[in-house]
Ligand binder design. Structure first.
Ligand SMILES: [Zn+2]
Ligand SMILES: [Zn+2]
Length: 321
């Protein structure tokens, strides 16, 4: 059973997901490496250890990409009764939670993917995204990938998650409100960054990679479409290919920052039915957050975005000032 409750003071939502309590936690990293493929529910040949597939690019155990509902979902597929109380606002946690395994190879990391395979993965993500976004009860779809235990990865075999929820998270709501006025602020900011080049990590025909002006995380990187695209579903074939190329170019650089680095990939969509400027955020987990960040939502970042851009352009070594 799952329930969203709104913080009456900040407007933030917390989701109470009881089924998550029982999920496996495979890490420590070393132990997971030793256990390896034999115990992995995501490896080919172990299809009966997951929920039935929603998609496979090839039948049986010969697949390259496989999608199935998360066995320990954050949200429920069925709606259920929740209690109401005066003053407070809550929403029944009805939604969808899928797992997308993006390689049959247990040890392979996304940084090792070829551009062709990356493009294929993005295509499957988009197909599942479009299916999820069509559901009436879903207001927002978050696609994300946790790389490394420090970034919340609980199973070593490379995979993405996609969660469709019935509410719009405060951060997404705020970004939409601030970003989309008469003109698109994202367009203005991205065009300025591409022209100025100070925080530009690289670009190709349709995509740019930049370190955002007020990045929260050291070496935070955004990959943005140069043209205004309201949602992931609006990216053209050329843009998907260019996005895959940018990921293949920059993810190895993120991984090279530190051994066993954790990072998150987040596909930033807008609230359903409202304009937005879709983009991908890459969030390396260096340093970690403490009391100040949790208390204030004001982040302490030791690396200036301009310095991070120099690293991504190959002009500086990791952590060089
Ligand atoms: Zn595996
Ligand atoms: Zn725009």
């Amino acid at each position: 059973m799952s329930e969203f409750r709104k913080n009456p003071f900040t407007g933030e939502w917390t989701v109470y997901a009881k089924s998550r309590k029982n999920r496996p936690y495979e890490f420590r990293w070393q132990k997971a490496q030793q256990k390896g493929k034999k115990c992995c529910p995501f490896c080919p040949g172990h299809e009966d250890r997951t929920t039935p597939a929603l998609f496979q690019d090839k039948p049986g155990d010969g697949w390259d990409i496989r999608v199935f509902p998360n066995m320990f979902p954050v949200v429920d597929e069925e709606n259920c009764q929740i209690d109401e109380e005066p003053i407070y606002e809550n929403v029944d946690g009805m939604g969808l939670h899928e797992v997308i395994v993006d390689t049959p190879v247990h040890e392979e990391s996304i940084e090792e993917f070829t551009p062709e395979h990356m493009r294929k993965v993005l295509g499957v993500l988009r197909q599942r995204y479009e299916n999820m976004r069509r559901q009436d009860h879903i207001s927002y779809v978050q696609i994300f990938k946790n790389c490394g235990p420090e970034a919340g990865m609980s199973i070593r075999h490379s995979h993405w998650q996609m969660i469709g929820i019935p509410v719009i998270p405060t951060r997404i709501f705020t970004m939409q409100e601030n970003g989309i006025g008469k003109e698109c602020l994202f367009c203005q900011v991205f065009h300025q960054e591409i022209a100025e080049k100070k925080r530009l990590a690289g670009e190709n025909d349709t995509m740019a990679a930049l370190t955002p002006y007020a990045a929260r995380y050291p070496y935070e990187l955004w990959i943005v479409p140069k043209a205004h695209r309201a949602s992931f579903g609006e990216l053209t074939e050329q843009e998907l290919r260019d996005l895959a190329d940018m990921m293949c170019r920059f993810l190895p650089k993120v991984a090279a920052l530190r051994e066993n680095i954790g990072y998150n990939l987040c596909l930033m969509d807008g609230p359903k039915g409202r304009d937005f400027h879709w983009h991908m955020q890459i969030l390396p987990r260096i340093g970690g957050f403490a009391g100040f960040e949790h208390a204030t939502d004001c982040y302490i970042n030791t690396i200036l975005p301009e310095t991070a851009a120099e690293y991504y352009r190959g002009e500086k070594k990791p952590f060089e000032e």
